[in-house]
Design a protein around this ligand. Structure first.
Ligand code: KE4
Length: 429
């Protein structure tokens, strides 16, 4: 029987490049046809053939509560019934801004936008406008969305496709973008020593999730903070993925480091398109309409998306939410590691909050180069075997995974049991 996923994929490619609206969904890195999802609830979603999967993508981070949380759905329905969009300010946007500023102390003022790309692109422009400098520093393997000056040896889809610089980005758009090695402290010191007074900003994922999960070493972030302060550069934490995912206060709360600007997204929209950038009030004052740095958006702060975001932000503040989320994520990675070890498969895994990484190699990677050395072929075989078993991991070796509050012990056990069978079969082939 032909899978309806295959039929839909063939049809989708007639009208949409690659048949998808975002490249990583196309399964090009792992091969085969993507699954077209028909519905989702809690830790599960169902494809076009009505096959159920345990979902470890969670919409690439937003679904931290589990899919179709009844409180969030109700908030969206009630907001929608009052009108979908006004293009005028609403009280809900004030409440959302106040909540973000309360939860992330480094954010004194914040502006809502509709995607993580918009958030980081706007933060970069603000940093350049506020400092009058052009050069920016990013790190190889990190992905900050698809703004031109950031598509330079980016991670995520580009890394997965194996061509680290995007076509269509003129060379003079990237001449000011310095790409350094993640977790390389000496290189940071050397770069600032030679051109620190030309640097507008550093943008960094304080927990990297777009070359798979790679944790920043504390001294890496501490050095960044010190150098930016010393040379008058802006430190931007891109917490689009890590914000409200690794801890209620984001990665910055775990490292106790105050960036000058923070980009947020994913969880803060609860699955609807909400992102944000914010930070020091003296920087945010450079933004139009009061300042000279232009930034705008027709649907920024949209009332229906803000309703989803606000109800999500309230629910993740429940007592013990992150302790429980971390406990479940740790059970998953420990279970997978034990299963691989029992089968003699070179495998390891890491976790932080509700985010995890799985690596087909002997050591947890601490850099982009170490990540590239992991066995992608082994990952792809594991991905498909688990998909057949009804477990959906990220369809690319260079992506992190996500656990929701609905991934209970039964769900984790089912995942680990399936992995045990897959690893056992892999070693008997
Ligand atoms: P969006 O423009 O896709 O909303 O956000 C861009 C972005 C910015 N910063 C970080 C740290 C991010 O992880 C992202 C987007 N993450 C990818 C997942 N690897 C989104 C998945 C996709 O591109 O479809």
């Amino acid at each position: 029987m032909i899978s309806k996923n295959d039929t839909l994929f063939a049809r989708a490619q007639l009208t949409t490049p690659g048949g998808v609206n975002s490249p990583v969904r196309a399964f090009r890195s792992v091969g085969g046809s993507p699954r077209f999802i028909s519905r989702a609830e809690g830790p599960y979603f169902w494809d076009a053939d009505d096959k159920r999967y345990i979902d470890y993508i969670g919409s690439w981070g937003p679904a931290i509560l589990g899919h179709a949380h009844p409180v969030v759905v109700k908030a969206v329905q009630e907001a929608a019934a009052r009108g979908l969009s006004f293009g005028a300010p609403t009280e809900g946007e004030i409440e959302m801004a106040e909540e973000i500023c309360r939860l992330i102390p480094s954010i004194e003022q914040v502006r809502l936008v509709s995607s993580g790309t918009e958030a980081t692109m706007s933060a970069l422009r603000l940093a350049r406008g506020a400092t009058g400098r052009d050069k920016i520093i990013k790190f190889e393997g990190c992905y900050h969305g698809h703004a031109d000056s950031l598509l330079v040896k980016a991670g995520s889809g580009l890394l997965t496709f194996g061509h680290p610089t995007s076509a269509g980005v003129p060379q003079d758009f990237v001449q000011h973008t310095l790409v350094l090695d993640y977790n390389n402290v000496q290189q940071l010191e050397d770069t600032f020593r030679t051109m620190g007074n030309e640097i507008a900003c550093i943008i960094v994922e304080p927990v990297a999730g777009n070359m798979n999960l790679v944790k920043a070493k504390p001294e890496f972030l501490q050095t960044m903070r010190r150098l930016c302060t010393q040379y008058g550069a802006i430190l931007i934490f891109d917490e689009v993925m890590s914000g409200f995912r690794v801890a209620l206060g984001g990665a910055q709360s775990l490292h106790n480091i105050q960036p000058d600007l923070t980009a947020l997204g994913k969880v803060i929209g609860g699955g609807l398109p909400v992102a944000a950038f914010g930070g020091r009030a003296d920087l945010m004052r450079h933004l139009a309409p009061i300042g000279a740095v232009y930034q705008a958006g027709t649907l920024s702060g949209n009332p229906v998306t803000v309703a989803a975001g606000m109800s999500t932000l309230k629910l993740i503040q429940a007592p013990g939410f992150y302790e429980q989320l971390s406990a479940q994520t740790n059970k998953l990675v420990q279970g997978l590691s034990d299963a691989a070890k029992a089968a003699g498969v070179p495998f390891c895994a890491d976790a932080i909050g509700g985010m995890f990484g799985i690596y087909f190699g002997s050591n947890i990677p601490t850099s982009y180069a170490e990540m590239l050395a992991c066995d992608k072929t082994a990952f792809n075989a594991f991905f498909h075997a688990m998909l057949d078993a009804g477990v959906y991991f990220a369809p690319a070796a260079f992506e992190a995974g996500f656990v929701s509050a609905q991934h209970d012990d039964e769900v984790i056990k089912a995942t680990v049991d399936a992995a045990r069978d897959v690893f056992a079969k892999a070693t008997h082939q």
